[in-house]
Design a protein around this ligand. Sequence first.
Ligand SMILES: N[C@@H](CCC(=O)N[C@@H](CS)C(=O)NCC(=O)O)C(=O)O
Length: 250
Amino acid sequence: MASSNSILFYDLTRNAEGPARGAHSYNTLRTRLALNIKGIAYETVWITIADVESEAIKAGAQPTTERAGKPLYTVPFIVDPSTGRVVSDSPKIAVYLDEQYPDTPALGPSGSEAEKRTLERAERVFGSLRAVCLSRMWDTLPLRTQAYFHKLFGEEKVVQMITFVPEALPGSIDAALQALAEIEGEMGANSFLGGEKPCWADTFLTGVLWSLRIVLGNEDGTWKALVEARSGRWGAYMQEFEQRGWLKVL
Ligand SMILES: N[C@@H](CCC(=O)N[C@@H](CS)C(=O)NCC(=O)O)C(=O)O
């Protein structure tokens, strides 16, 4: 429930109406998951990628990296009215939430080698299907977002990025399943990567899977190929989050 002390969580919108407003970025979904798992009150400030820099500067958020020699501001970032702190970069936000809200489930990150391997593999799951997702999502993006990408990459490159070749789909699905199999190899039969409780790597992986589910849709063949593989291993994994009410968009 939002209150005047609710954390403000900056996320990217698509053109969607309704409370979820088209949440889709796996980078921001993992912070949303962390807030949901911890049960911390927050409200979303929906912005387009074209407005990230101006909104971050207005809020007092730090850039998280550089692009072309210039500071790059990114979402997610949060403003916590109860402390006055503004935090950007999802791993730093997770650390901040653990420290500031010690009575909530701790998530990490741990910085371990196993964790690094999982994050790389989860990135690979999304990377394998990025072109499918972009081709599906492009028309739903706000015109302001489309214009931002045209300026950033050039029209020709954008056309390349959003043109998905159907013949490439089986190979893309196989590559995503391969990365998931590698994760499963380390996870075994545990409910979560964190064992019986979720950890930072779980928010990372689930952010990716949740993003794919949102963009592709529950009934999509590619999504079904992922969740039905390995006797429904990844469908069951997502259910763990669903059942606990952690896949909600406030
Ligand atoms: N390391 C950052 C990465 C976040 C990130 O890449 N966010 C993208 C949106 S999905 C962004 O804000 N990009 C701004 C831009 O490209 O101008 C984190 O984990 O929070």
